[in-house]
Ligand binder design. Structure first.
Ligand code: FES
Length: 167
């Protein structure tokens, strides 16, 4: 009987096996496996790292190195919805500063924070998010939203909020 605080659900264990089968080398499956673990747990805790290291047959230090390198992995609990706003050059020219200021006001927390109700967290990312043609842009739960204005940001957040309320 395992004493670990985290383990994949039976469905995710099957998904993990499917992921493994898609890669010629086990190690190459680490990123999608971490992604799956984060989807289940909300963030990559120490327990999740230990579990992933075990099922990937890797030293835990290798797993931690990847988790700390990629900003897509969260090391602490985040909001139910997570926003990443791009602050790189093309988005800068499109006034991402205005978008960042609007998010700060609307959400009431600084970048890196989580709203008091736990619904939203957000980050201002200095590196290009790879969708310059959409500048200024942000990601919400991994989806891309572009040509942002403060009004459009409000619409996107309201839609996410209403979808939650409808369950
Ligand atoms: S600079 Fe923002 S997506 Fe490239």
């Amino acid at each position: 009987m395992s004493t670990q605080a985290f383990e994949f659900t039976p469905e995710n264990l099957q998904e993990f096996r499917d992921i493994l089968s898609r890669y010629p080398e086990r190690r190459a499956a680490l990123l999608p496996t971490l992604h799956l673990a984060q989807e289940q747990n909300g963030h990559i805790s120490t327990e999740v790292e230990a579990y992933v290291a075990q099922i990937m047959e890797l030293p835990i230090v290798d797993v931690r190195e990847v988790v700390t390198f990629y900003s897509l992995y969260f090391r602490r609990p985040m909001g139910h919805h997570h926003i990443r706003v791009c602050m790189s050059i093309a988005c800068m020219l499109g006034d991402c500063e205005g978008i960042r200021n609007h998010l700060r006001t609307r959400l009431g927390v600084a970048p890196g924070g989580v709203t008091a109700d736990g619904k939203f967290s957000w980050e201002a990312i200095p590196d290009c998010l790879g969708a310059c043609e959409l500048a200024p842009m942000m990601q919400l739960d991994g989806e891309y939203y572009g040509n942002l204005t403060p009004e459009k940001v409000d619409e996107i957040l309201d839609t996410a909020d209403h979808a939650d309320k409808r369950g």
